[in-house]
Each structure stands twice: as C-alpha cells, then as structure tokens.
Design a protein around this ligand. Sequence first.
Ligand code: PRP
Ligand code: URA
Length: 214
Amino acid sequence: METISDPRLFVMDHPLVQHKLSLLRDKRTSTKDFRELVTELAVFEGYEALRDLPLEDVQVETPLETMTGKKIAGKKIAIIPILRAGLGMVDGILQLVPSARVGHVGLERDHETHKPRTYYCKFPRSIAERTCLVVDPMLATGGSLIAATKYLREAGVKDIRCLTLVSCPEGVKAVLDADPDVRLYTCVIDRELNENAYILPGLGDAGDRIYGTK
Ligand code: PRP
Ligand code: URA
C-alpha cells in the first residue's frame, strides 16, 4: 500500500492506540465498550493534537520553595464534532481541555451519492480566534470533513486540526488537497473504500455502533 507522506498528516502509532483500535473494530464489541473505546482513543489523539500549545511561565510555591513552572498561554480551543458519530469523541477531548467550547456541524451522507447533506451548523462565539479540533471517527470519501472545514474557514478560523480514528487513502488525500493549512490526525489509514464508500477493513458504521441504532 502506498504511504502518504505529508507534514500535515499525523498517524498515531502508539501501541496502546493500536491495541484499542483492534478492540474497536471487533464486531463482537458491545455498544457500551465501543463508546468507551472511542472516548479513550479521543483522549490519546487530543493529547497528540495539542502537543504544540504555547506555554508561559508561572510562579508556583511548592511546600519547599518558589519555582518557575509552565502553564498553557491562554490559547482558546473549540471542539467541533461532526454529528452524529463525532459526538462520541467530545468527552475524551473535554477530559483534556475542560473549558473548551463546543460547536456542532450536522452532516449526513446520502446513501446513494455518498455526498454529505448539512442539517445543522452552530459555532461558539469568537470561533475565529480559537484552535478548532474537528472530530469524527471515520474519514471515508472526505466529503464530511471537507464541508466542516469549509464552514470553519468561512467563519474566519485559521487553525484547524481534524481528528479521526479510522481513515482511508482516498479520504486523507481529499482532505489534505482541499485545504492547504489543515492538519490531520488519525489512528490508522486503512486499505480502501468499498463500492458503498465504507472503509475496508474499517469498523462498520461508527454512528450506529456508538448509539446502538442497528
Ligand atoms: C459517517 C461518519 C462521517 C462520514 C464519513 O457519518 O461519521 O461523518 O460518514 O464519510 P465521508 O468521509 O465519506 O464523508 P454518517 O453520514 O453515516 O452519519 P452519522 O454520523 O449520523 O451516522
Ligand atoms: N462512515 C462510517 O461510519 N463508516 C465507514 O466505513 C464510512 C463512513
């Protein structure tokens, strides 16, 4: 399989991530466990995606003396889940950044055309000044992430980082081609899309598995 090399692409190769991903893919994994695994993977991915947050000095009094420590330099974060499966990743990121704002983009793929249809879009105030983490477990054709990224650019957002769990080469290329400044984090890039635009080997329909709707 061709490897995609792009400085904007980050593939999580940590053993714990790969272990949890195998549990997530397993068709016998229960709805409860699937949901918990999505949250856990979102924590790992959020941790990586926020690795370069700027720091500033802070004075800390330990029980023994005063020292200069570090704190996050007031950088504002927004989490933008793509409904509905993206909602499954929000709690994981909020564990890392409890004060983050949350915006929502409602997109659903048409079963025939595989193109996304927008049914909801609401962003927090001052979105343009925030680092936006767009979260969605699956990156298939890329249509949904490209649409969400476009809405954020139209709202003036400069720093967009897309976080997905399972991607495929077609979707990764489409997202990176559509926006020259976007960063993309994924736990894995699978083999291909099938004729119904599902990822192979993938994990099936992420939304249905998170919410137990099938
Ligand atoms: C799934 C998934 C992504 C999208 C990926 O959502 O959660 O949003 O498909 O496909 P793409 O890269 O080809 O756009 P779906 O439309 O099934 O909606 P759901 O989350 O409500 O189940
Ligand atoms: N959406 C999913 O939930 N799974 C896929 O494999 C493709 C799109």
